[in-house]
Design a protein around this ligand. Structure first.
Ligand SMILES: [Zn+2]
Length: 135
């Protein structure tokens, strides 16, 4: 969800998986999607088709008992078919979270490098396991 901004890789080369692309914009954008984002500028959008959550339902992926994420809409999630095809979109979302947290940490020295108490890589492993499990 949300538009990616900036491409600074703050936690080093380990952030992006080998050979993994990083969609910062919808990878399959359309005029309908551009209109959807123009009409709902504060609403997140699907990383593949770019349609906002006001216009298409998201596919929610739970990766803990209480936490889920939704980088893809339901239609794109189905169309991508395999965890391997879906994973780059989850990685891009995770990367946005890490970058936002790192920006926040700059203003809050001593804050641990973690999201919801989880170190970044541990969080990624949870997401990866959920996506790999077909969720
Ligand atoms: Zn979509």
């Amino acid at each position: 969800m949300g538009a990616g901004n900036g491409s600074v890789c703050l936690v080093g080369g380990a952030v992006l998986g080998e050979g993994m692309s990083r969609p910062e914009a919808p990878t399959h954008d359309s005029q309908d999607a551009k209109r959807s984002r123009r009409l709902s500028p504060y609403t997140g959008w699907c990383g593949r088709c770019g349609m906002t959550w006001n216009d298409v339902p998201s596919h929610d992926t739970s990766f803990t008992a209480t936490t889920s994420c939704f980088p893809l809409c339901a239609a794109c999630w189905t169309r991508l078919e395999t965890p391997a095809a879906r994973l780059p979109y989850y990685r891009a979302l995770w990367q946005q979270w890490v970058e936002a947290e790192e920006a926040y940490r700059l203003a809050h020295p001593g804050r641990p490098a973690a999201i919801n108490g989880q170190p970044y890589e541990a969080l990624w492993e949870q997401i990866q396991a959920a996506v790999g499990g077909g969720h």
